[in-house]
Design a protein around this ligand. Structure first.
Ligand SMILES: C[S@@+](CC[C@H](N)C(=O)[O-])C[C@H]1O[C@@H](n2cnc3c(N)ncnc32)[C@H](O)[C@@H]1O
Length: 356
């Protein structure tokens, strides 16, 4: 058979249709992997800067050149410069030539006197740091080697001191959406109150309100101290003990607060707290269940998903809480008129009413 006059490729197999083999393949960028690797260092940069008092020093001195700043904080100049340049790339400081200063984020969140200071929260927010290093073993065995449950007061005292400012802001802002301040003399029940930010917000807004404030032995003292500092101590009764077991008056409270207590308790424990809240409320009363919730697809609310992982890293029963689960517990207990509010960024609260 004679050759074709010229060789021809089948049209559907040409590069015009298929792209150039190998070379047209665009690999995915490694940025996602690098950002995780850098996450480890980034957290420690921030911890070091807080330990060295960098933000409070700049708050006091104003923008300062690296030489004098190294003298102020007592650090090696080239090392401090590397630290500060890293913080600049993370968006946590301003820099011009060798002069460093606070930006708005640092001023608000990273100085001790910042309006929304997170200074005390940053070291404690991930839970005990050592538990992260053992995460693979925790995942294998389903149990952290040193859960915070072994010594709750040692963990929770610094935690609730650290989270207080943020939670008080959330609780105070929540009034814009909930109008608890319109209640004349509300009775509040605050289970696992920590520093009692919710009680303080409500009692400051309602001069005739009163509260029963519960927490574990060793932690309840923080609530006593904070309520005293905010001038509402005399309107609180302090109830020490396990919130699953302490005796509560049924049908008498206007507001029950479950502030960041459900995600350590597991399904059965959290349900039980919701049921206790329901029994304690009078008809028309409301529960406020603040926590970090995972979206139904478990991948869009990164903060919720990671906070769930944080729980599993350091507690025996802690787990991520999904919006669906929480809504189910509230409805099953008998609550109606469910709302989800976000009084400040990253802080979500379910509010639900006991029917009249
Ligand atoms: C994450 S903190 C939340 C504190 C506060 N409600 C808030 O929203 O800021 C959890 C609190 O629950 C308390 N807690 C944990 N287990 C408890 C239990 N079984 N009984 C009473 N309180 C408990 C802890 O001591 C801690 O103060």
């Amino acid at each position: 058979m004679a050759d074709a006059p010229y060789p021809e490729l089948k049209k559907t197999h040409t590069m015009a249709h298929k792209g150039r083999p190998w070379t047209d393949y665009k690999p995915p960028p490694a940025a996602a992997v690098w950002s995780v690797i850098e996450g480890f260092g980034s957290y420690h940069l921030l911890l070091a800067a807080l330990e060295l008092d960098v933000f409070d020093t700049l708050d006091r001195t104003g923008p300062t050149a690296i030489g004098p700043l190294a003298g102020e904080v007592g650090a090696s100049e080239p090392h401090l410069q590397a630290l500060l340049d890293s913080l600049v790339t993370l968006g946590l400081l301003e820099q011009y030539c060798s002069v460093y200063g606070l930006n708005n984020t640092a001023e608000r969140y990273l100085t001790s006197r910042g309006e929304a200071s997170m200074v005390d929260l940053i070291p404690v927010a991930p839970g005990p740091h050592g538990n992260w290093a053992n995460l693979a073993e925790t995942i294998r065995s389903g149990r952290p080697a040193t859960p915070i449950d072994d010594d709750p007061a040692a963990f929770y005292v610094p935690l609730v001191e650290g989270t207080f400012t943020t939670m008080l802001r959330a609780a105070t802002r929540a009034d814009l959406m909930l109008r608890y301040s319109s209640q004349v003399a509300p009775r509040v029940l605050d289970l696992g109150a920590g520093g009692a930010p919710w009680t303080i917000a409500v009692l400051k807004a309602c001069p005739d309100g009163s509260a029963v404030v519960n927490d574990l032995p060793g932690v309840l003292g923080v609530a006593e101290r904070m309520t005293a500092e905010h001038g509402v101590w005399d309107r609180c009764r302090f109830l020490q003990g396990d919130f699953h077991e302490v005796a509560l008056e049924d049908g008498t409270f206007d507001l029950v607060v479950l502030g960041h207590v459900c995600r350590t308790e597991g399904e059965a424990g959290a349900r039980h707290l919701v049921e206790r809240a329901y029994s304690a409320l009078r008809p028309g009363g409301r529960v406020m269940l603040a926590d970090y919730f995972v979206d139904p697809e478990r991948r869009f609310n990164r903060h919720g998903v990671l906070m769930g992982m944080t729980m599993m890293t350091s507690t025996l029963n802690g787990s991520p809480l999904s919006n669906e689960q929480v809504v189910g517990w509230l409805r099953d207990a008998g609550f109606r008129a469910l709302r989800l509010i976000e009084p400040i960024g990253f802080q979500f609260v379910y509010v639900a009413t006991m029917p009249r």
